[in-house]
Design a binder for this molecule. Structure first.
Ligand code: GLC
Length: 477
């Protein structure tokens, strides 16, 4: 192993160094986002060395496209899709292996199903894709030489990972591989914990599969490990695993689910910003299931998705949103509908997301915020329209007013992203009032107003609370 690799290995162990050196500006304080997400994001006490600084720079370079991208498509597709009751069916329903294996013979996806996924991702404004190459069930979606439990030798008769990679590249999207370390099918998948010979075989098998994935498909942009049960990082030889991955794919980024911190944290089904300087990605389902679940109709609305995307961007993270294709590879129509609506909206409003910075802006039921440099984007979900209170309060007007309490610093200009229309405003130390707005919301599912400021915008209405002039309380007469 050369010096660079050993430094990288040491660095990957010390997520804290990245946090401490915090190249990315801003923090989550006051943004309503708290805590340190994901496993393994522990802080190292060791002072950063010049090698660490180099590693931080290398990480920043490797991750630059990803930080810009913000929005990706997750794809869960495998034998479980044939059952259509979530990807955990094997375990939660206790399906015996000989039964489950029959699925492999009866998995007959249409050729190049991934093209429609990639085209949809593109239309949805997603910039990268991450597909399950092997989920917990152990079935390999590619032409592996290490087991015949694979797409080439079973029902599909083709390399589904190859089709996916080609499809993503054809749309100019970055390519990610999900890989589950946990394996419910491999004979050593559980006993590797207590039987050293089994562990040796299983770890060799696992590293071998990952080596194939990192060797046979050209440049891969993301390696997305999942569930490291039942072994510890030492037992998985995770450092060696990552070193191999970086040797084969020097520009790749890896997540934190092989028990090491990796390049980014992975809060699942919730939004939780990591500390400043630590990259993170929320992965989330569009309904409640990752794998195709024909009975799950709990679809999230476009309103929820664009609000989540704003909350994620505000915290400096990424949003990996899942589809669970049907066994033939087609995408559930409800997913297509939501993603197309979001994508259409992003055509006008993408500016408020891609490449944005962390934003110190506290919550507001009616609006969310993102920021790029000194520009604040107000994402108004609930458009105010007209308030009868305008009859008595000059603060409001017959036309719509959007008021942001606790915005600092000074606003210089404001405009609607949808129409480009300039927006008039007044501002004092307590409030920015955007006035003369149309009664009907100019855009759906949210209207974005771009406000250029003379410094980094922050929104903290609570900070103003002690400062309001309070008076005229008393008993009259
Ligand atoms: C969990 C689930 C798995 C899913 C993953 C996505 O680890 O076990 O089914 O693939 O989350 O983040």
């Amino acid at each position: 192993m050369n010096g660079m690799e050993s430094t990288r290995r040491r660095f990957l162990k010390q997520a804290g160094a990245a946090g401490a050196m915090a190249l990315a500006a801003g923090n989550a304080e006051g943004s309503g986002l708290t805590g340190v997400a994901g496993s393994g994001a522990q802080t190292s006490g060791a002072a950063p060395t010049p090698e660490d600084a180099k590693e931080v720079a290398s990480r920043e370079a490797r991750m630059q496209w990803w930080r810009e991208a913000k929005f990706g498509m997750f794809i869960h597709w495998g034998l479980y899709s044939v059952i259509g009751q979530h990807e955990w069916a094997k375990e939660t329903e206790g399906v015996p292996i000989p039964q489950y294996e029959l699925l492999a013979k009866n998995f007959h996806p249409q050729p190049n199903a991934a093209r429609a996924w990639a085209q949809l991702a593109k239309r949805a404004g997603q910039r990268y894709m991450v597909m399950t190459t092997k989920h917990h069930e152990g079935f390999c979606n590619w032409d592996t030489k290490l087991t015949d439990y694979n797409a080439m030798q079973q029902g599909p008769g083709r390399d589904l990972v190859r089709e996916y990679v080609d499809a993503a590249r054809a749309e100019g999207l970055r390519v990610g591989f999900y890989y589950s370390l946990m394996d419910w099918h491999h004979p050593d998948g559980a006993r590797s914990k207590t039987d050293e010979a089994a562990r040796r075989r299983f770890v060799d098998y696992t590293h071998g599969l990952i080596r194939e994935l990192m060797t046979n498909y050209g440049k891969i942009d993301v390696l997305w490990y999942d569930v490291d049960w039942p072994l510890t990082p030492d037992e998985w030889e995770s450092e060696k695993m990552n070193a191999m991955v970086f040797e084969l794919q020097p520009e790749i980024i890896v997540n934190n689910r092989n028990g090491l911190p990796g390049d980014f944290s992975t809060p699942e089904q919730h939004i939780e910003a990591s500390e400043a300087g630590r990259a993170w990605e929320t992965c989330m389902t569009l309904n409640d299931s990752w794998g195709f679940n024909r009975y799950d109709h709990a679809w999230k609305t476009p309103e929820v998705i664009v609000d989540n995307l704003a909350t994620v961007s505000k915290g400096g993270g990424n949003y990996l949103l899942n589809i669970g294709p049907e066994p033939d590879g087609s995408i559930p129509p409800a997913s297509v509908e939501v993603l197309e609506t979001v994508g259409k909206w992003l055509e006008t409003n993408g500016k408020a997301f891609y490449g944005t910075d962390r934003c110190n802006a506290g919550g507001n039921v009616n609006a969310n915020y993102t920021r790029r440099g000194n520009t604040l984007y107000i994402h108004q979900h609930f458009w105010p329209g007209h308030t009868p209170a305008a009859e008595w309060l000059s603060f409001y007007q017959p036309e719509a007013v959007i008021a942001i309490g606790g915005l600092k610093p000074k606003a210089l200009s404001a405009r609607l992203l949808k129409t480009g229309q300039k927006v008039k405003f007044t501002q004092d130390e307590f409030s920015l009032r955007l006035t003369g707005l149309p009664i009907e919301a100019p855009d759906q599912p949210a209207t974005v107003i771009e406000v250029e400021c003379d410094g980094e915008p922050m929104v903290d209405h609570a900070a103003m609370r002690p400062l309001w002039p309070r008076y005229k309380v008393g008993i009259s007469g």
